[in-house]
Design a protein around this ligand. Structure first.
Ligand code: NAD
Ligand code: UFG
Length: 336
């Protein structure tokens, strides 16, 4: 079975391509390399011992999508492609609506034209807004706080409308919590092109000496140690969640599922974890809260377990070990 993976050269996409190849799927990556890396795909092939096909293209280009779907006879799509920097979405929203919303519509249109009606969509816990209860279940109200989140919710709604109009589609909406870590080989990982805004890549860059210190955004939250708490999930667990979701797309269906661990960890716990994994000092500086941040956010992962027979198996020790292993072996990412 051949899977078209949009955004397959990115962080989560590359880890998922590796799991797909290892499980015997054929893979066609469709990526414009805006934030992806060809070298990541070469390394995926090296680890898997199998090759994949790469189509350089933009998901806003329907002709290119139809060509890729038909040429390689893809039967399902995993759709990662999009922009994800929340701050950029506030200062410059139009590229987000073009890439994430128009791009997704174009992809669905191309799929419909080719009779390919199975898709997994990368959504995010951001669609829950400020948690009204914890752990967050899938029936939590959906509300968003920034344009990035709005694009995710818009695409979710488009997918629900599409299924309502044509129930022969198979649609899996996966809401990721906080993906971190890297493949244990140390060969692939997250390689942000700009200064990271997410916690774990930032801590790893401090540990390896690329940045002088970590700014801790807020130490006065109503949490155990005062710093923000999140549901960090190892990217390999997350990638495997996509294979479980693919298996559930055998028949027409529409589901929305949390992919998280059900546990939350504070900023200070993650700093300690990386300190331990790296044996390096990680200087920190305490700052006031970052606008828009919730104190605590974690998933109820039980629906994923019952529906997909999937659950996360890797803990923060493995997340920190692999985050460090990737960064120390590739201090400048794929340009090392
Ligand atoms: P990433 O930036 O590493 O990967 C995205 C990939 O999509 C890149 O390879 C990029 O080149 C490609 N791309 C972007 N726009 C494209 C376009 N118009 N046409 C073709 N390719 C395009 O991001 P990631 O962390 O791997 O995230 C993957 C998906 O998961 C995104 O949709 C993101 O919004 C979602 N998500 C990520 C997180 C997270 O914390 N990483 C959390 C929740 C949801
Ligand atoms: N933090 C710091 N210093 C930093 C970066 C982060 O103290 O330099 C703190 C934050 O305040 C927060 C925690 O670390 O308490 C995690 O922050 P991240 O930026 O890593 O993650 P968020 O939970 O804020 O957001 C991430 C993605 C969103 C996505 C959300 C839920 O960036 O796109 O997870 O999936 F919507």
């Amino acid at each position: 079975m051949t899977i078209l993976v949009t955004g397959g050269a990115g962080y989560i996409g590359s880890h998922t391509c590796l799991e797909l190849l290892t499980a015997g799927y054929d893979v066609v990556v469709f990526d414009n390399f805006l934030n992806g890396h060809e070298e990541a795909l070469r390394r995926v092939e090296k680890i898997a011992g199998r090759s994949l096909r790469v189509v350089e293209g933009d998901i806003q280009d329907k002709v290119a999508l139809v060509h890729a779907l038909r040429t390689y006879q893809c039967t399902k799509v995993i759709h990662f492609a999009g922009l994800k920097a929340v701050g950029d979405s506030v200062s410059d929203p139009l590229p987000f609506y073009k890439n994430n919303v128009f791009g997704s519509i174009t992809l669905l249109d191309a799929m419909a034209e080719c009779g390919v009606k199975s898709i997994i969509f990368s959504s995010s816990a951001t669609v829950y807004g400020d948690p009204q209860w914890l752990p967050i279940t899938e029936d939590h109200p959906l509300t968003v706080k920034n344009p990035y989140g709005r694009t995710k919710l818009m695409v979710e709604n488009i997918l629900r409308d599409l299924f309502h109009a044509d129930p022969s589609w198979s649609i899996g909406i996966l809401r990721y919590f906080n993906p971190v870590g890297a493949h244990p080989s140390g060969l692939i990982g997250e390689d942000p092109r700009n200064e990271p805004t997410n916690l774990m890549p930032y801590i790893a860059q401090v540990a390896v000496g690329l940045r002088p210190y970590l700014r801790i955004w807020g130490d006065d939250y109503p949490t155990l140690d005062g710093t923000g708490e999140r549901d960090y999930i190892h990217v390999v667990d997350l990638a495997r969640g996509h294979l479980a979701a693919l298996a559930a797309l055998g028949a027409p269906t529409l589901f929305s599922v949390n992919l998280g661990t059900g546990e939350s960890h504070s900023v200070l716990e993650m700093v300690d974890g990386l300190k331990h994994a790296s044996g390096r000092e990680i200087p920190t500086e305490r700052h006031s809260r970052r606008e828009g941040d919730a104190a605590t956010c974690y998933a109820d992962p039980s629906f994923a377990k019952s529906l997909l027979n999937w659950e996360a198996s890797l803990g923060i020790q493995e997340m920190c070990r692999d985050q460090w292993n990737w960064r120390v072996n590739n201090p400048n990412g794929y340009d090392t």
